[in-house]
Design a protein around this ligand. Structure first.
Ligand code: ADP
Ligand code: ADP
Ligand code: MG
Length: 513
């Protein structure tokens, strides 16, 4: 089949999302000369994505079920504003095949794969079957939904404990249960089933062998509509809490060039088997011996995509748009190289001392980190109130450096510079992770947080704590010295006190390093 390209330029994109990802998508659009349309709920009237866009439309009340999940309202805005395409971001409607189909029917390009690809990969049971057919290793387990508890027990004992009972429709760490003992099987099935029913309206379950000391390593892929696909290397995402990622980095500290090549080839085969178009992610679970198994495919842009952008030097949103316009991929696999190391910390408005309870509220002060190797993808500003209705992630801090060691030190510096007042954030907790030996040594797996729980939850953050004490001590020492100096005017005293405090403070700050 000869290749004929007939790209159609996109002039205006509706971004069906909010928060940092909506702003991030609009940034690439601006660079490409594409106009943007924002949609917003009541709670987001003053949000940055609304101000950043070329045009903005109100679509309903704060609850996402009445706004960001309302396909009809979003499509109405697309028609009204004359948008050629819709970018769904992540979460919300990004993996909703019905929405992709409705966009196509309305003559609006959905920036992502076809509805058929989303369906094939979004359902984990059907994705497993397709991967087996494509020769991609999957976690040993079932390829049909389990019929009843008795059958489940028989199958599980056949596979051998421990196993994971998982929802076919699962996502966001929901509908998944680890079972180590026979007597846990029935209760685990019941609770996974009811959680899946509530979260996804679909309670089909399947069984996977539990991989011990697991690493979550995923590959970024890009595919065009002409059947070409490449991978953009891996992201290590094993720092997880409740099966949700906290920190991601690339390259993975455990990767070897040989395994990278094999996994990359499987990721490309997986994308081709799904007739994939656009940017996607193939997630693998990897054991200590570097055996790897397909876990699932995320058919959208991933939260952690910026670390890949930084190391490979590719703007993934730009490539998504180019592919959606009908251009072929601008590079071949051999053109892509990794340069240095990158790491992302997800910054949440949450109380890490109180079971990570979301802590939305008004931002009274914010200073974001800057400088060499720092990228901060956020959307909040002073005076902004973080709404209670959505994910409490407020920004992503992305660091680049030549080596992993350099990145960790730079991340510590940037986290130290990052000041947010008004709401509690995960910044201090992330600093503690940077100080944890297992993390620093790169010898961690998905059990990292539970294994290091005591250290991570210990109240005193040495760095911050010592620094604060040093500052206070320096101030008092200087103030007491001033009192013995006579013949100094109150004005001079105030000035010299301020200067001395600053200098001592600086020195105290330097002691920390
Ligand atoms: P990533 O690997 O990109 O972090 P996640 O699975 O954590 O992917 O999901 C990204 C975003 O989508 C998060 O904000 C998450 O809360 C949301 N999300 C994922 N799956 C679901 C789901 N099934 N229902 C609702 N929100 C989801
Ligand atoms: P979700 O769709 O909710 O993201 P995944 O299938 O991607 O679900 O799994 C999320 C996380 O759960 C993985 O990153 C891993 O930590 C853990 N996990 C899932 N399946 C297994 C398994 N078979 N063995 C060990 N850990 C697993
Ligand atoms: Mg996953």
């Amino acid at each position: 089949m000869g290749k004929t390209y007939s790209p159609v330029g996109i002039k205006k994109i509706l971004v069906a999302n909010r928060g940092e990802i909506a702003v991030r998508i609009m940034r690439s659009c601006r660079e490409m000369g594409i106009e943007t349309v924002a949609v917003y709920s009541d709670a987001d009237r003053s949000s940055l994505h609304v101000r950043y866009a070329t045009e903005a439309y109100h679509i309903g009340p704060s609850a996402s079920s009445e706004s960001y999940l309302r396909m009809d309202k979003i499509l109405d805005v697309a028609r009204k504003s004359g948008a050629d395409a819709i970018h769904p971001g992540y979460g919300f409607l990004s993996e909703n095949s019905q929405f992709a189909r409705k966009c196509t029917e309305a003559g609006i390009k959905f920036i992502g794969p076809s509805a058929e690809s989303i369906e094939a990969m979004g359902d984990k049971i059907s994705a497993r079957k397709r991967m087996i057919a494509a020769g991609v290793p999957v976690v040993p387990g079932t390829t049909e939904k389990i019929a009843d508890e008795e059958e489940a027990i028989r199958i599980i004992l056949g596979i051998g404990l421990p196993v994971m009972i998982k929802a076919s429709a699962g996502g966001g760490g929901k509908g998944m249960r680890l079972v180590r003992k026979e007597e846990e099987i029935k209760p685990a099935i019941r609770s996974a089933k009811s959680e899946a029913k509530t979260a996804f309206g679909d309670d089909r379950l399947y069984i996977e062998k539990y991989i011990e000391s697991p690493h979550h390593i995923e590959f970024q892929v890009l595919a065009d509509r002409y059947g070409d696909a490449v991978h953009l290397f891996e992201r290590e995402c094993s720092v997880q809490r409740r099966h949700q990622k906290v920190i991601e980095e690339t390259p993975s500290p455990i990767m070897t060039p040989e395994v990278r090549e094999k996994m990359g080839a499987c990721a490309v085969a997986a994308a081709k088997a799904a007739n994939y178009e656009g940017a996607g992610t193939i997630e693998f679970i990897v054991d200590d011996a570097l055996n790897f198994y397909f876990l699932e495919m995320n058919t959208r842009l991933q939260v952690e995509h910026p670390i890949t952008e930084r190391v490979v030097g590719v703007d993934l949103v730009r490539e998504q748009i180019r592919v959606a316009e009908g251009f072929p991929l601008p590079f071949k696999q051999k053109d892509l190289k990794m340069n240095g190391h990158s790491m992302e910390c997800r910054i949440y408005a949450e109380d890490t001392d109180n079971n990570f309870m979301p802590n939305p509220g008004k931002i009274t002060h914010i200073t974001e980190p800057m400088g060499l190797g720092v990228r901060c993808d956020g959307y909040i500003h002073e005076g902004y109130t973080i709404p209670i209705y959505y994910d409490p992630m407020i920004s992503k801090l992305i660091i680049w450096g030549r080596t992993r060691e350099e990145v960790i030190e730079r991340m510590r510096r940037a986290l130290y510079e990052y000041k947010i007042s008004g709401v509690k954030t995960s910044i201090k907790y992330l600093l503690k992770i940077m100080e944890t030996p297992d993390f620093r040594n790169g010898t961690y797996n998905t059990h990292f947080i539970e294994k290091n729980e005591e250290f991570l939850n210990s109240k005193v953050n040495c760095d911050k704590h010592c620094e604060d004490i040093a500052l206070i001590a320096a101030f008092f020492e200087h103030a007491s010295r001033l009192q013995v100096v006579k013949k100094i005017s109150p004005h001079e005293r105030a000035l010299s006190s301020l200067k001395g405090w600053k200098n001592l403070g600086r020195r105290a700050g330097m002691l920390r390093l």
